[in-house]
Design a protein around this ligand. Structure first.
Ligand SMILES: [Cu+2]
Length: 278
């Protein structure tokens, strides 16, 4: 079998069929049962999942085809007594095809994801509930404007590793970091954004139902990275308002401790960090 015959009509037909299947978005609407994503609970989780599935199908099929070809070549051109190596320049036509096809796929994916990217990363809702999240080794400091809706006033509310917000309203988080790069990850909301020291990054999301989930740090940020966990509570606007008021009253009642609220999770991470430094 020659190099050329390996890419005979039969192979080309099979390749075209696979490419057509991968490019057809309807075929990308489902994932195998063992690849289930966590439940999506934000307004844009469905759009992210659609893009994720489409890209997974395309790259998955290409991966399988490439690995099968590799295997075929390994067997076909293995060492045999008496067989001599032969110089071949290769095929210009094939090289042009496998350069253009991935380029076209990348451009199509960029065009398909453009609107979603703009809605999530560029069009931050003006009327959203403002929350500040500051990451540090190894905790999430959360700050709310309090009942007056303004930051840097006496009724600001702070919490450690506890993120509360109302359902059905856009939430705008200003993300910062005190020390190293962390990554604010809300898997069920399809939110993942780096928190970079010296930068304020704004992100937004909107919960579609009430419930409890977790915040994870998705950036290896030090020895305590594995336990840099926070908790998300999505509640009705009434419950959220009540919680915020209670927190403000509590903070006012313990004025000297207001700047350092009782941690919900022991900040043992700090100790580990100091150990690491010493
Ligand atoms: Cu971290």
């Amino acid at each position: 079998m020659t190099f050329r015959s390996l890419f005979s009509k039969r192979w080309r037909a099979a390749g075209l069929l696979i490419a057509a299947g991968a490019a057809f978005p309807a075929s990308a609407s489902a994932l195998p049962f063992w690849m289930k994503l966590p439940e999506g609970v934000s307004t844009y989780s469905g759009r992210i999942d659609g893009l994720f599935r489409l890209i997974l199908w395309i790259t998955g099929i290409i991966f399988i085809v490439v690995e099968l070809l590799l295997l075929a070549f390994l067997i076909r051109y293995r060492h045999r007594e008496g067989r001599r190596a032969r110089y071949t320049h290769g095929s210009n036509r094939l090289e042009v095809i496998w350069t253009i096809v991935p380029a076209v796929i990348c451009v199509v994916l960029a065009l398909l994801s453009r609107a979603t990217w703009a809605d999530i990363k560029q069009h931050i809702p003006r009327e959203g509930v403002q929350i500040e999240v500051t990451a540090e080794q190894f905790a999430w400091n959360v700050r709310y404007a309090g009942p007056d809706g303004k930051f840097d006033t006496a009724d600001d509310v702070q919490s450690l590793n506890q993120l509360h917000f109302p359902v059905g309203q856009p939430i705008v988080v200003t993300l910062r970091s005190k020390d190293v790069i962390h990554s604010f990850f809300l898997p069920e909301f399809r939110v993942k954004q780096d928190a970079v020291p010296g930068l304020s990054t704004r992100i937004w999301f909107e919960g579609t139902r009430t419930g409890h989930w977790e915040i994870a740090c998705a950036e290896l940020c030090g020895l305590g990275h594995y336990r840099m966990k926070g908790f998300v509570t999505v509640e009705t606007p009434e419950d959220f308002g009540k919680w915020l008021k209670d927190q403000a009253v509590q903070a006012a009642g313990t004025a000297p401790a207001a700047s350092a609220p009782a941690p919900a999770v022991p900040p043992a991470g700090t100790a580990v960090n100091q150990e690491a430094k010493s």
